[in-house]
Ligand binder design. Structure first.
Ligand code: NHR
Ligand code: GAR
Length: 213
């Protein structure tokens, strides 16, 4: 069975969706860069080992990433899952875990990389927004995309209503992506895209607003 380590910074609802999906894997640890993260208590409730590596206790990003890497390596994980993890990682760190480090980002990448994605989607007037699971590469939010979910942007949406609609989909696609990884069904092509072995099902077309027919 594969082992994963989950990195969080806050509430940890995406972590929780993975813990509660009963996936065929072992969650070896949950590590937070912030001792105040709500997700630490949730992880403990699930009987998961937790660790804190406080970025503020380290002189620079390289020192923080070295300490974080040492904690991670102690668990010998097959996969590292960023779940609302809010610290940009150095190129050295990312390259060390290349191909086994994934993130969930609250936008339909490559649109709206970085922070405040829901506000920026509302300002841009897009009619579809969503979330993406991607492999992490040194360039922020630019790695190979595994799965995306789209949601409509509604006329009376606020950042709160839109982010809640997206979050519900995050909780569907992240456990799915982690499952695929652990089943060895994901591969990264030389072109830097992801292919999934043996999928069947809907073609995935979405329209927003919907068209009457
Ligand atoms: N690191 C690399 N190298 N590449 C990626 O694709 C990464 C990454 C680290 C985190 C998650 C990401 C997201 O999904 C992620 C992807 C933090 C920031 C950020 O600006 C941006 C994107 C993401 C995570 N962080 C600030 C910093 O100075 C701190 C912001 C805060 O604490 O609120 O690190 O969006
Ligand atoms: C989620 O919406 C996640 O996509 C986003 O933060 C939220 C964390 O919620 N991640 C980022 O913005 C990464 N920069 P959670 O702690 O409840 O999973």
């Amino acid at each position: 069975m594969k082992k994963i380590v989950i990195l969080i910074s806050g509430r940890g609802s995406n972590m929780q969706s993975i813990l509660e999906a009963r996936l065929p894997l072992e969650v070896a640890a949950v590590i937070s860069n912030d001792a105040a993260a709500g997700g630490i208590a949730t992880a403990k409730k699930h009987g998961i080992v937790t660790r804190v590596v406080d970025h503020r206790a380290h002189a620079d990003r390289a020192a923080f990433d070295a300490a974080l890497g040492a904690e991670i390596d102690a668990f010998k994980p097959d996969l590292i899952v960023l779940a609302g993890f809010m610290r940009i990682l150095t190129t050295g760190f990312v390259n060390r875990y290349r191909g086994r480090l994934i993130n969930i980002h609250p936008s339909l990448l490559p649109a709206f990389t970085g922070l405040h994605t829901h506000r920026r989607a509302l300002e841009a007037g897009v009619k579809l927004h969503g979330c993406s699971v991607h492999f992490v590469t040194p360039e922020l939010d630019h790695g190979p995309i595994v799965i995306q979910a789209a949601v409509p942007v509604l006329a009376d949406d606020s950042e709160d209503t839109l982010s809640a609609r997206v979050l519900a989909q995050e909780h569907r696609i992240y456990p799915q992506a982690v499952r695929w990884f652990c089943e060895d069904r994901l591969s990264i092509t030389p072109h830097g895209t992801v292919t999934l072995k043996a999928v069947r099902g809907a073609d995935g077309v979405l329209l927003s607003p919907a068209i009457d027919s």
